[in-house]
Design a protein around this ligand. Structure first.
Ligand SMILES: Nc1ncnc2c1ncn2[C@@H]1O[C@H](COP(=O)(O)OP(=O)(O)OP(=O)(O)O)[C@@H](O)[C@H]1O
Length: 276
């Protein structure tokens, strides 16, 4: 369980996070979705005790992130945005060193188990610098799982990966979700939040502007979008259902596209801006 109550972070003149209130239930897969600079990494940094909030409180599995950082650290795994593996060591050595540092129980078996889970068994004794981007990202996630945490934070787990590789990472995250791990991930990829997560929190300029399941958020703006062109400009109209969309499309024949609403439409509706 992850709880944030009134979390605020101010860096000199920048308010990176403003009064964040949030609960992530045990076993839930939750996405924080927002553009660059929205405050996603700041949220993860506070929840993983890397930085202190200016105001507010947060708890991981009932422990206070400011007052009980050591107890909190024992309860989560975190996968940072940048790949900070040792690329001159093998996959196995990376996990071994990290596991020794954090005194992981039954370390060798755990490494074997994790390499299997991440489909990296055959790459175990190869140098990480020879790994593809997707393999490195998988190894980073496995490293976060060494201590068998029940809460996992993933900061932009598929950033920079091409769509096919991204899906492999989604499969791995889905497996962890099936195992009942509570997962909070950050992303600016709409599809990732939409397809993978139980609930999504939309962050914009440090503020949480909506939280719900992707389906409920999309229903909020109307189920369908009618795109049309007028004098070279693209217009988007959100409508409740398919019939309404077709009725609207009859009125205007220029480059009409009817499609289902997505989280980008939700973001535009709420902020007036595009997400990407
Ligand atoms: N150490 C810092 N000092 C000053 N400002 C910071 C610091 N860290 C973050 N910020 C600012 O806080 C705001 C939120 O940044 P944050 O990294 O949390 O956003 P983000 O949503 O994770 O974006 P990205 O995906 O680009 O990392 C931004 O305006 C950023 O410039």
């Amino acid at each position: 369980m992850i709880i944030a109550a009134g979390l605020t972070k101010i860096y000199l003149s920048v308010t990176a996070l403003q009064d964040l209130n949030l609960q992530v239930a045990p076993g839930e897969l939750f996405a924080l979705l927002g553009p660059n600079g929205a405050g996603k990494t700041t949220t993860i940094k506070i929840l993983t005790t890397l930085t202190k909030p200016t105001r507010g409180q947060a708890w991981i599995q009932g422990f206070d992130v400011v007052k009980q950082p050591l107890l909190v650290k024992q309860r989560f795994g975190v996968c940072p945005q940048e790949i900070n593996l040792d690329k001159e060591l093998t996959a196995y050595e990376n996990l071994l060193i990290y596991g020794k540092l954090y005194q992981t129980q039954d370390l060798k078996n755990r490494i074997r188990e994790l390499l299997e889970l991440g489909e990296l068994t055959t790459r175990a004794h190869h140098l990480v610098r020879t790994f593809s981007g997707g393999q490195q990202r998988r190894l980073l996630i496995l490293r976060a799982l060494l201590s068998r945490p029940r809460v996992l934070f993933l900061d932009e787990p598929t950033v920079g990966l091409d769509p096919q590789i991204r899906r492999q990472i989604w499969d791995l995250i889905q497996q962890l979700h099936n195992d009942g791990i509570t997962i909070m991930l950050t992303t600016h990829y709409i599809e990732e939040a939409e397809k993978l997560c139980d609930r999504v929190g939309i962050l914009n300029q440090g503020r949480l502007i909506a939280v719900d399941s992707p389906q409920a958020l999309m229903r909020l703006v109307g189920g369908y979008v009618v795109e049309s062109t007028d004098n070279g400009r693209r217009h988007y109209q959100l409508v409740r259902d398919r019939d309404q969309a077709y009725a609207l499309a009859q009125e205007d024949h220029q480059g009409i596209i009817i499609r289902q609403a997505n989280l980008e439409d939700v973001f535009i509706q709420l902020t007036g801006q595009r997400l990407q």
